[in-house]
Design a protein around this ligand. Sequence first.
Ligand SMILES: Cc1cc2nc3c(=O)[nH]c(=O)nc-3n(C[C@H](O)[C@H](O)[C@H](O)COP(=O)(O)OP(=O)(O)OC[C@H]3O[C@@H](n4cnc5c(N)ncnc54)[C@H](O)[C@@H]3O)c2cc1C
Length: 315
Amino acid sequence: MARVLVVGAGLTGSLCAALLRRQTSGPLYLAVWDKAEDSGGRMTTASSPHNPQCTADLGAQYITCTPHYAKTHQSFYDELLAHDILRPLTSPIEGMVMKEGDCNFVASQGISSVIKHYLKESGAEVYFRHCVTQINLRNDKWEVSKQTGSPEQFDLIVLTMPVPQILQLQGDITNLISKCQRQQLEAVSYSARYALGLFYEAGTKIDVPWAGLYITGNPCIRFISIDNKKRNIESSEIGPSLVIHTTVPFGVTYLEHSIEDVQELIFQQLENILPGLPQPIATKCQKWRHSQVPSAGVILGYGKSPWMTAIGFIW
Ligand SMILES: Cc1cc2nc3c(=O)[nH]c(=O)nc-3n(C[C@H](O)[C@H](O)[C@H](O)COP(=O)(O)OP(=O)(O)OC[C@H]3O[C@@H](n4cnc5c(N)ncnc54)[C@H](O)[C@@H]3O)c2cc1C
């Protein structure tokens, strides 16, 4: 039986796993490994420790479908809409720049529900806390080493992590990438940001006329979302959640600072923008070292669509 490993349980990894399963007729052992503790990658949804139903999308906020992708990726959108995983974004996002013909979707159960859907469909064995460190060739098989535990062998590996993390891998894989490819890959740059999720008690009112707000001119905060309002799931039984994304310059400046210090700085700026905000009952501050690609290189299938961003296949 062919043994296939997908590294990364984000959108690209989960969708690759689902497509591999759909398109393979013979027996297939499919595994997905991720170094994180849960699936989602940059499409993660965090939960309040007090109520798992009080959630916040800390990475991707909504999915923009351009007229081009509405055609070429129609089956993906149809499937996610039919399963009620995606819904059209109907709540007001102030300052959002919309191009003609574009349409935005949100995931009512949190953006990571898209990934969970594909992982389930793939039937793959999903392992968390599996951080791949080395890939070597042994007797015509790829031997994959992780930070802890024994190495395992596969016939095919699909790498879906951000490019800098692919370039950190050790072993024979380093010889597979030509000098020219390496130069091109090293040229792919990512922005860095912080995201802060704030979780509130049920019944807390956050009295603003928008569900999302893009901010210009603040050195620290670029975007605020009342996340449950953005996803149209406001309820008297579940507290609201807020998501704050920092500006890229702030993310770059404070990249190596402690999460506690960064969280404090974000709170100080938030008080200027939304004075008198109630006290949250829980917080989650997330550093995105590799957030988004401002200019995408066309390497190893690097595209602008959220579906399939960076994929390297190793046979
Ligand atoms: C703050 C923010 C806001 C965004 N907003 C939007 C938006 O509104 N709309 C939109 O479409 N997109 C948005 N994006 C971009 C979108 O989230 C990404 O394009 C998409 O999630 C990328 O998915 P991926 O699977 O390719 O990569 P990732 O989600 O990064 O998945 C890669 C996975 O690989 C794992 N990994 C890395 N190294 C290893 C290793 N050595 N071993 C094992 N596992 C490893 C990681 O833990 C991760 O889970 C945003 C991103 C961020 C960070």
